[in-house]
Design a protein around this ligand. Structure first.
Ligand code: HEM
Length: 283
């Protein structure tokens, strides 16, 4: 094909250096869905196991992106403590933090919207392969636990319960435990604006001041609301997942060895940023 300028160009193959499949490593990616049920006597995979694997892999990809975005938000907020609050650097950092938190919110909406797709699997079809998965469980998702640690729910006891974790995964979890959380970043940004953070009472007083002065603190309010949305959407996911589990396996024990729905119900009320929730009462 020759374009108006006379050069030879082929639609979809411009330059010929990089293809869609190469860029996305589809050759590797699309070979990673290997049903356990295929190893059964007749060599045929249970129909719904592909759905089960796909949805969990997609979750892990989104978890990777969320860790990327939320780590950046945390770092931007931490840096704000030492920046001139009226300078370009701080203004740009606060804009980017709000921008990325909006992205996080949209991704988390997708995570919630995905669960009903899995619910198109019947409990009896799940039983065709469920026993083959034990002791693997979403409980062992290292990225999920990293997200919790980064968001401030730092429970080191999980490290002892993840016996299958690799050295690399353990290292990542230890780092997330040691690193500042999103809340530490938010408190640093408050200090950068001259707001007190030395105690929960002081932080609440600072939050009330932020809520009541949009002209001075509108950007901090937006960040706080972005963090709260992250908290709320994770709580919604936890609650929905517990219900999906109850619908799929009732009150059977989990493949990961927990009490299943009972364990998941016990975690439904967890919150990353309790002071942001309590602010509503204080206002
Ligand atoms: C048929 C659907 C599902 C069932 C029956 C199920 C079952 C369970 C059960 C029973 C647990 C408790 C731990 C255990 O003993 O195994 C658990 C934990 C967990 N599952 Fe699922 N799950 C399902 C879908 C999903 C999906 C799609 C994800 C997405 C990544 C997921 C992620 C998790 C995570 C992160 C935990 C740990 C939660 C925590 O410790 O708070 N699960 N699941």
């Amino acid at each position: 094909m020759t374009d108006a300028g006379g050069s030879a160009r082929h639609f979809g193959e411009e330059g010929g250096l990089l293809s869609y499949g190469d860029y996305l490593k589809l050759d590797v990616l699309l070979r990673q869905q290997e049903p356990q049920s295929k190893a059964g006597a007749d060599g045929r995979a249970a129909h719904d196991e592909l759905l089960f694997i796909t949805i969990h892999q997609v979750y892990e990809l989104w978890f990777k992106l969320l860790l990327h975005e939320l780590t950046t938000v945390r770092d931007l907020l931490l840096a704000a403590e030492s920046q001139d609050p009226r300078g370009d650097e701080a203004t740009s950092a606060m804009w980017t933090a709000r921008h990325l938190l909006r992205r996080v919110e949209q991704v988390e909406q997708v995570l919630i919207a995905q669960l009903p797709v899995l619910e198109t699997m019947t409990p009896q079809d799940f039983l065709d392969f469920r026993s083959l998965l034990s002791p693997a469980s979403g409980f062992q998702s290292v990225q999920f636990r990293e997200l919790e640690f980064l968001s401030g729910l730092k429970d080191a006891a999980f490290l002892n319960r993840l016996r299958a974790a690799t050295e690399d995964e353990r290292g990542r979890l230890h780092r997330r435990l040691d690193e500042p959380s999103l809340w530490d970043g938010f408190c640093a940004a408050l200090r950068g604006r001259g707001l007190a953070t030395e105690s929960d009472e002081a932080i609440t007083a600072s939050l009330v001041a932020i809520a009541r002065d949009r002209a001075a603190y509108g950007d901090l309010w937006d960040v706080a609301e972005g963090l709260l949305s992250h908290d709320e959407l994770c709580a919604q996911w936890r609650a929905l997942h517990a219900t999906v589990v109850e619908r799929q396996i009732g009150y059977k024990t989990g493949t990961g060895g927990s009490t299943g729905a009972t364990y998941l119900r016990s975690r439904r009320d967890l919150r990353f940023f309790p002071l942001l929730w309590e602010l509503r009462t204080a206002l």
